[in-house]
Design a protein around this ligand. Structure first.
Ligand code: ADP
Length: 433
């Protein structure tokens, strides 16, 4: 603001000095012209000038010059020592046009001499001259005013800038001091979106830090159980407390726990990779129909072991989505696997792929145990299980649906869930076409 005010004060001063100096020059020449005209109307002008004119009265120097350039009379100097004036610009102009004017630097620094000349009879030219201020004098005269105005401009701009900056920054400072309380700060309209954003980001940060803490606590807890069991059985064998017949059973328990640990760790790694990979998916065009068919075929044997039938249901051919292949395989597998594991004796799983409105829908439906309404919101949380014992027994980690949700989010897909306790569950994932 200070720089701008200095620049504009300077510009104003320079242009006004320029304009007024131009006007002043024209005025002086025009005054001289008037003098010449008045003198010309005087009767017996040469006589009057030579005898009666006193140059001190109105500070004018009058010169009478012959058309050959020689000086006939000068009110301020001795004609004898004056040189020929034929080359002076104003005289040249007179010879051409009948009148002429010019401005020349005079001996003193801040002054110019202004000349106006006109022919007044066949042989004579009358020239009137006057000393008056030049541009430099204008500048000198305006300098004190300029400095005062400049000082004022700088002062006012500094004060205004400071007050403005303070009032602009104040809400931000207040928000920084009091991030917790959303409505504590008085703000102005333009900054409100920024403040809102800060508050919401702060909330998100707190939420995600809390989630991370919970996740770490859960992970430690989940890892502890199988490890403790491995350690316990191994100790029994080590100390010889296990009977010969039990050793195989203990080894199988150790194996189970180790597998559990493995699947837990795999899921945890996958989730943390998903967290890191935000927004940098490697995607290709995938035929979702083919992926579903493959997955159903793979799971068929496993399902039959548990007396569950898994089949494709509504299958529209060539449903293409742009997505990360591994992640899509993971979603289909996790949903089908859950539908098999949380099913009843002789239950069914139906998998469908179809287009609906602007979406391509992957749907996994089962007639298994279902989920109570109060649990529906929570099953996508990390480590949340409705029936912990059943989940563990069937090799669940509590992370499958969390992974599904995460992948869906990364693909801008929506998840719909519809379930009735005791009747079955339908989970649909809606991909954008
Ligand atoms: P888990 O590894 O325990 O299966 P998930 O995240 O896949 O973890 O699922 C979370 C919980 O949601 C499960 O423990 C289970 O209680 C419930 N659930 C998931 N899918 C189904 C389903 N098809 N039918 C009934 N309950 C389900």
């Amino acid at each position: 603001m200070t720089i701008i005010s200095v620049i504009f004060t300077l510009l104003t001063m320079i242009t006004s000095v320029g304009i007024y100096y131009g006007m002043f020059r024209n005025q002086v020449i025009s005054d001289l012209k008037t003098h010449v005209h008045i003198l010309k109307t005087t009767q017996a002008v040469l006589e009057y000038i030579e005898k009666d004119y006193d140059p001190r009265i109105d500070n004018l120097r009058i010169t009478v010059i012959n058309v050959d350039g020689s000086v006939e009379y000068d009110s301020n100097a001795d004609v004898g020592i004056m040189d020929n004036h034929i080359n002076r610009p104003e005289i040249q102009d007179v010879l051409k046009n009948g009148y002429g004017s010019s401005v020349r630097e005079s001996g003193t620094l801040a002054r110019n001499t202004y000349y106006y000349a006109e022919k007044f009879d066949e042989n004579h030219i009358l020239r009137v001259a006057k000393e008056a201020g030049n541009l430099w004098q204008f500048c000198l005269e305006i300098l004190p005013i300029f400095l005062v105005v400049l000082g004022l401009a700088v002062l006012v701009s500094l004060i205004v800038a400071k007050v403005l900056a303070k009032s602009l920054i104040k809400p931000i400072e207040l928000v920084a001091q009091n991030l917790e309380n959303e409505n504590s700060t008085e703000t102005y309209e333009e900054i409100q979106p920024f403040i809102d954003k800060i508050h919401s980001q702060h909330k998100d940060l707190k939420k995600s830090s809390k989630m991370r803490q919970e996740f770490t606590a859960n992970v430690s807890h989940e890892l502890k159980t199988p490890l403790a069991s491995i350690s316990g059985y191994a100790e029994l064998i080590e100390t010889g407390m296990a009977k010969e017949g039990d050793i195989q059973h203990f080894a199988s328990e150790i194996h189970k726990s180790a597998n559990r640990l493995l699947s837990l760790i795999n899921d945890i790694i996958e989730l943390s990779q998903l967290d890191v990979m935000d927004n940098q998916l490697f995607t290709i065009n995938i035929n979702l129909t083919d992926e579903v068919k493959n997955c159903v075929n793979t799971l068929k044997m496993n399902a039959e072991k548990h007396n569950i039938t898994i089949t494709t249901d509504v299958i529209e051919e060539d449903c293409i989505i742009t997505a990360n292949q591994e992640m899509i395989e993971e979603i289909i597998y996790n949903l089908c696997d859950n539908a098999i594991r949380y099913n009843k004796q002789d239950g069914h799983v139906w998998v469908s792929v179809f287009e609906k409105d602007d979406n391509i829908v992957l749907q996994v439906k089962d007639d298994g145990i279902g989920i109570a309404e109060e649990d529906l919101d929570r099953i996508f949380e990390r480590f949340y299980r409705v029936d912990k014992a059943r989940s563990k027994k069937t090799g669940g980690t509590g992370l499958g649906l969390a992974i599904v949700k995460h992948i869906a989010e990364q693909h801008d897909a929506k998840i719909l869930i519809d379930s009735k306790l005791g009747e079955g569950t339908t989970i649909s994932v809606l991909f954008e076409k």
